[in-house]
Write a protein that binds this ligand. Structure first.
Ligand SMILES: O=C1NC(=O)[C@@H](c2ccccc2)S1
Ligand SMILES: [Zn+2]
Length: 261
């Protein structure tokens, strides 16, 4: 039914161009970031996150990742500044991760990948009426990418990992109120920015990417809890562990990556 895609051998990133030919497009994501080739742009101001009145709604397993959705009917939680001309509303955040001992970030830095990557997805509600419209139009979305590196335990990530057992199976959704993702961010928001795409089908080339340089540090134990999720639904026979749900880096095709200071 529909265009089912995944991260396996037959339905994974190398097969996506069959149903989504834009997979071979000119502004695909993620990319390998080469800091020394990024253009430092003094006109790039700081990223400003106004999340203090954000309203988280639920946490869900959509068969590809674990997603926390937010109320986006007004400008209560927005990102602005940096490369953005308008405020963009927070819609959801989710993660991409690897298998045990394997890294799973989507963006890489000089060929190095991190253990995981957090994506905070925002949409331009000034120019578009719906998230769907924004997601299918250039620069309709702004995704803030944060790398996760293993080390000490993250003091707030347990609020997410403690809820993961409630969304083990594809299609499960549970209430998740009162969570402000600002608690997940590293101390510095220095970033790289470039024009790219969704990193999953439909791979629309609609994203202004803002990738934060400083990773957040989480423990291997915390990361391991993401791997207790499964791609499959409760009613299905097989239990396919949810891991390695990342797209590898795509060709830059002449794009410029800019760097805040
Ligand atoms: O940064 C991205 N990560 C994803 O899983 C893609 C996506 C696709 C649809 C909605 C939200 C995000 S785009
Ligand atoms: Zn993502």
């Amino acid at each position: 039914t529909g265009n089912q895609w995944g991260y396996g051998k037959d339905d994974g990133p190398s097969a996506w161009n069959k149903n989504y030919p834009i997979a071979d497009g000119d502004r695909q994501s993620p990319i390998d970031i080469l800091p020394h080739q990024a253009r430092h742009d003094p006109n790039l101001g700081p990223i400003v996150l106004n999340y203090d009145r954000c309203t988280s709604i639920n946490i869900a397993n959509n068969g590809h990742s674990v997603v926390v959705e937010f109320e986006d009917s007004d400008d209560r939680s927005v990102i602005q500044g940096g490369p953005l001309d308008n405020p963009y509303r927070l819609k959801q955040f989710h993660f991409h991760w690897g298998g045990k001992g394997c890294h799973g970030s989507e963006h890489t830095v000089e060929g190095n990948s991190y253990a995981s990557e957090l994506h905070l997805v925002h949409w331009n509600a000034v120019k578009f009426k719906t998230f769907g419209d924004a997601a299918s139009t250039p620069d309709g979305l702004a995704v803030l990418g944060i790398f996760l590196e293993t080390g000490d335990e993250h003091r707030w990530l347990h609020m997410i990992t403690d809820a993961l057992y409630t969304v083990k199976f594809k299609g499960s959704v549970t209430d998740f109120k009162g969570f402000n993702p600002k608690c997940l961010l590293p101390s510095s928001l220095h970033y790289w920015t470039y024009l790219g795409s969704l990193t999953t089908p439909p791979l629309h080339e609609s994203v202004i990417w803002i990738v934060v340089k400083e990773p957040m540090i989480v423990s291997e134990k915390q990361l391991g809890k993401f791997r207790t999720l499964v791609f499959t639904g409760e009613e299905e026979d097989e239990r396919t562990r949810m891991e390695n749900n990342f797209r590898p880096p795509q060709l830059l095709k002449g794009r410029t990556v800019r760097s805040s200071n």
